[in-house]
Write a protein that binds this ligand. Structure first.
Ligand SMILES: [Zn+2]
Length: 464
């Protein structure tokens, strides 16, 4: 505790040297940029993210922050801006994607690109995913520049296109492949975390430190085609069905990493006794099977954090009720643990299938394998400290996403990458979350998140 107190002191002493920000004074400008960004329709599949790039370029350059744009597709540009530090530490990259998923307008009570203020919320596609991060990063750059804040590291701002559906590789893939020197950094901060609001208090802060790796395959069974009235032992539909059943019910080995071990340990400290006992049972050889079973039945999201998962998602076979097809295939959505040896995993899966008529055909990788980011870095410690200071009594949980994000590309290049995000109540996340029919953000969460982002950036990048 003494060490912790010292860290708190040094952080506030550091902040005291800087001109303090009057956050009340920033609200109007934060809201103006955020609403303007939500009002730009950058929905997939077209994206048109260059609209956002033009907006950001003007705002940044009007304040004397030079920008560079990089575009594989002129409609889907990326923008980079850099504030120089003294070079004593490696850069910090703050990034956000500028595209949003599509909308079904008839589901919306308001214009999805209106950024309408109603009932204390800002409504619109992207209000959670990912425009609060984009607006916060923009404000951080403006405030750093206005305050002339001396920096130990460069702070690099990246607004990237095509995160939601980057089929042509216009966003992070293009930047990492062609312009990595522009974004190379020790740490990155982006989406993929958040905070849970209970009543009027933030109780849990999730920091994204790891994610599973998509490793999808097709299962293909071949046999002899023929008349449906004449049964054949090599009928591919029968062989495929057996294989799908076996892999779909396969209990792959449970394996915890630093992130998930810490996650379940800390989750136990804030859970009611019965749930706490179950999370602890996961690492008890005598009781782990029952605990895993319970999670699979009742907490599937957490269950998926325990292991590489294999989920049959598509089936394709047959052209008519009286025709035996010569081929049948299934698609498996496999999400691998960050450290999975996937070649060996496929070999194990082939043994589980136990049928030479069924072949495993890996689909092209959509994301590179990405190691988990460390919990033992200056950036992670800063995020913990800022969380504890801004949300007294809260618990910080490092989290492994079961989905995939652009952090994968950055982690695969050695950048320790962390996911953060604004607070939201559980009910609001469930009903109005990212990619939902209707998306909204409670207004104070926006201002609070900009402050969180600022504190994190300052404490890791400002001159000490
Ligand atoms: Zn997103």
């Amino acid at each position: 505790m003494r060490i912790f107190g010292f860290l708190l002191l040094s952080a506030s002493a550091l902040l005291a040297q800087l001109k303090p920000i009057d956050w009340g004074q920033q609200k109007a400008e934060i809201l103006r940029h955020y609403r303007a960004l939500v009002q730009l329709d950058t929905s997939e599949p077209r994206g048109n993210e260059t609209l956002t790039v033009e907006y950001l370029k003007k705002v940044l350059e009007d304040e004397g922050i030079p920008t560079k744009t990089f575009a594989l597709d002129p409609q889907r540009a990326n923008l980079v801006a850099r504030l120089k530090g003294n070079g004593s530490k490696r850069p910090l990259l703050i990034l956000a994607h500028t595209d949003v998923v599509g909308v079904q307008r008839e589901k919306w009570p308001v214009d999805p690109f209106g950024a309408v203020l109603k009932d204390g919320y800002i409504w619109g596609r992207g209000t959670k995913d990912d425009k609060p991060i984009l607006a916060a990063n923009l404000m951080v750059m403006l405030l750093l520049k206005r305050g002339n804040v001396p920096l130990d590291r460069d702070v690099i701002f990246l607004a990237e296109s095509g995160e939601e559906a980057d089929v042509t590789g216009v966003g992070i893939n293009f930047m990492v492949k062609e312009h990595f020197d522009e974004i190379d950094a020790e740490f990155s901060l982006t989406e993929g975390g958040g905070a849970a609001l209970e009543g009027s208090r933030v109780t849990v802060v999730n920091i994204g430190t790891a994610e599973k790796v998509p490793a999808r395959v097709r299962l293909v069974a071949n046999g002899t085609s023929g008349h449906g009235s004449i049964p054949r032992l090599d009928d591919p539909v029968t062989h495929l069905s057996g294989a799908v059943e076996r892999v779909g019910t396969w209990q792959t080995p449970m394996r915890l990493n630093d992130t998930t071990r810490t996650y379940f340990e800390k989750l136990a400290t804030i859970s009611p006794p019965d749930r706490a006992a179950r999370y602890k049972d996961l690492v008890n050889p005598q009781r782990t099977a029952a605990a895993q079973r319970y999670l699979a039945e009742n907490e599937p999201g957490r269950s998926s954090m325990l292991r590489t998962s294999v989920v049959p998602t598509m089936l394709k076979a047959g052209i008519g009720p009286n025709v035996i097809p010569s081929e049948a295939e299934a698609t498996l959505d496999i999400r691998a643990l960050p450290d999975e040896d996937i070649v060996k995993f496929y070999a194990d899966m082939q043994k589980i299938i136990g049928d030479p008529a069924v072949k495993i055909v890996p689909l092209p990788a959509t994301r590179p394998a990405s190691p988990a980011s460390s919990l033992d870095t200056e950036m992670y410690r800063v995020l913990e400290q800022v969380s504890k200071r801004m949300y007294p009594g809260s618990t910080v949980l490092p989290t492994m996403s079961t989905g995939a994000s652009d952090k994968a590309q950055l982690r695969s290049k050695g950048i320790q990458s962390y996911g953060i995000g604004p607070y939201s109540s559980e009910a609001d996340t469930a009903q109005y979350g990212a990619h939902g029919d209707v998306e909204r953000l409670v207004e104070p969460a926006l201002y609070n998140f900009v402050e969180f982002d600022w504190n994190a950036v300052i404490e890791v990048a400002a001159k000490k």
